[in-house]
Design a protein around this ligand. Structure first.
Ligand code: BES
Ligand code: ZN
Ligand code: ZN
Length: 496
């Protein structure tokens, strides 16, 4: 989907013109649509409710074939998410009428008290994400070939701010669509090698990409990651993406679990819904999405000089004659020994090496990791939000705020010494799992990771629920949501 911004209607839109339903007074709707608004208000047909739509077929020269409205709720109750949804509904309406292109007429009044940049971003995200559809590996034709180009006609306000919003909205939404694509791909296509090859494409003068292979991992003593990969014929990869602005003052590391298929290993999972375990790389998908955005100008105009390093440990988790076994003891690259209580708690193992390595090599001021780490977080929070925990409440709060501003909610869970004590080991420094008697699941995963991030402000985001399976919401349907790409981009852009 291509989104173009215009600030004056130099040429008329031929096929379809849409307005937001509270735009009754928008002068750029044109006389015909203004008249239609008047009539529709009389009959009560002006669709104002969220997601409602109405169409008019004006007759007269120079008028578009169709005009219509998309509802966004009450004008006085406009929110960012309502704007984003309204734009996605606009796309769906245009697509269902099989037009090639359409115009969305937006006036400053439509976003009321919301900042023009925020409104521009939300509307653009809604159009692009609403238009997203997964393409089957068999064919490259999009299932909905219609309405693949839209123009937003914006008038009456801070056009400069709105334009900046459209630009960053476009970058974030396209990066999210990219993440959705690789997340939805099956495990036999989206392998660790595939993810590494995607990352290689991000190379720009300021962004370097380095891929570690298993030999490199051996050299660095990454026994935890290599232990998970042992049972797999697909070689593991550690993807390192490094964005260095000139004169950078500090470094942040963003780490994502890139487990391309999780069978559980020797502690094998039941077969029901096992196909969903291709989504076990969505943490890595979010980090790759962030770097897709950065590679495409996502840090343009940002004043803070922060180096951003993305780390994606990527592996399969398979059962095999050579697979690691419960009871095995492995050593992570920082020397910490780990007893494998359950081979299905593998995400924390590959993250342990990634976090310990990132901490040692990049000396970051803070680290954030994202992972589909525990089924328990789905039980606790469901699919509409992710869990966040860590060692630094300031960092956690910043991420929660970034999530709020992108409508990707994060909910804090505790991470206390009592959780850390539960996984101290008898046969190794730490166990990769607490005893079932303790009951807690997600915080146990977080507690394990905390052993590898000591001394660095760190936050862990468990996206096992949020990454996929959320209730459809105009700008996402079934499958991967592409969660956290926009939030991460918003957060790194705001770093000072
Ligand atoms: N990839 C899973 C977590 C998961 C579960 C993600 C459901 C998405 C949906 C992770 O590697 C895992 O298997 N975790 C286990 C841990 C258990 C062995 C303590 C889990 O949550 O069941
Ligand atoms: Zn697992
Ligand atoms: Zn897993």
């Amino acid at each position: 989907m291509k989104v173009r911004l215009i600030t004056s209607a130099t040429s008329p839109a031929k096929e379809l013109v849409l307005g937001l339903a509270y735009s009754g007074k928008n002068p750029d709707l044109g006389v015909a649509l203004q008249a239609a608004v008047k009539d529709a208000k009389k009959t009560g047909d002006l669709a104002t409710k969220v997601r409602a739509t109405s169409m008019f077929y004006p007759t007269g020269r120079k008028l578009p074939a169709r005009m219509g409205f998309v509802g966004g709720g009450k004008r006085s109750e406009v929110t960012v998410d309502k704007l984003r949804r309204a734009a996605a509904v606009a796309f769906n309406l245009a697509s269902s009428h099989e037009v090639k292109t359409f115009r969305l007429v937006v006036n400053q009044d439509d976003h009321k008290d919301l900042d023009a940049e925020v409104a521009g971003r939300a509307l653009t995200e809604g159009l692009i994400l609403g238009a997203y559809s997964y393409r089957k590996p068999s064919g490259d034709k999009p299932p909905t070939p219609h309405a693949q180009s839209a123009e937003i006609l914006y008038t009456g306000g801070n056009g400069k701010g709105f334009r900046a919003g459209v630009q960053i909205g476009r970058i974030g939404a396209q990066a999210t669509a990219f993440a959705r694509d690789i997340e939805n791909l099956p495990g036999n296509i989206a392998t660790p090698r595939y993810l590494a090859n995607q990352a290689r494409k991000f190379k720009t003068p300021r962004l370097t990409v380095r891929i570690m292979n298993e030999r490199d991992m051996q050299k660095h003593g990454m026994g935890a990651l290599l232990g998970v990969s042992r049972g797999s014929r697909e070689p593991a990869k550690m993807i390192l993406m490094d964005y260095k602005p000139t004169g950078y003052k500090s470094t942040v590391c963003v780490v994502g679990k890139g487990l391309t298929f999780d069978t559980g290993g020797i502690s094998i999972k039941p077969s029901a819904n096992l196909a969903d375990m291709r989504y076990d790389m969505c943490g890595g998908g979010a980090v790759l999405g962030l770097f897709h955005a950065i590679a495409n100008g996502g840090m343009r105009g940002v004043k803070g000089k922060v180096r951003v390093v993305g780390v994606v440990p990527s592996s399969e988790n398979m059962p095999d004659g050579d697979a690691q076994k419960p009871g095995d003891v492995v050593t992570a690259c920082d020397g910490t020994t780990i007893e494998i209580i359950n081979t299905d708690a593998e995400g924390r193992l590959i993250l342990a090496d990634a976090l310990a390595y990132a901490k040692k090599i990049y000396k970051p001021r803070c680290m954030v990791d994202l992972a589909t780490l525990t089924g328990a977080v789905v039980v606790a929070l469901g699919h509409e939000m992710a869990g966040i925990m860590g060692s630094d409440d300031g960092l956690i709060q910043d991420l929660i705020e970034a999530g709020q501003e992108c409508d990707e909610p994060l909910w804090q869970l505790p991470l206390w010494d009592v959780h850390r004590d539960q996984i101290k080991g008898k046969f190794a420094d730490v166990n990769n799992l607490n005893s079932p008697a303790h009951g807690n699941g997600s915080t146990s995963g977080g507690a394990f990771l905390s052993f590898f991030t000591k001394g660095v402000p760190w936050a862990h985001i468990d996206i096992a629920g949020a990454a996929w399976g959320a209730t459809a919401k105009d700008y996402y349907t079934s499958g991967a949501v592409g969660t956290a790409v926009r939030t991460l981009l918003h957060w790194v852009r705001g770093l000072k």
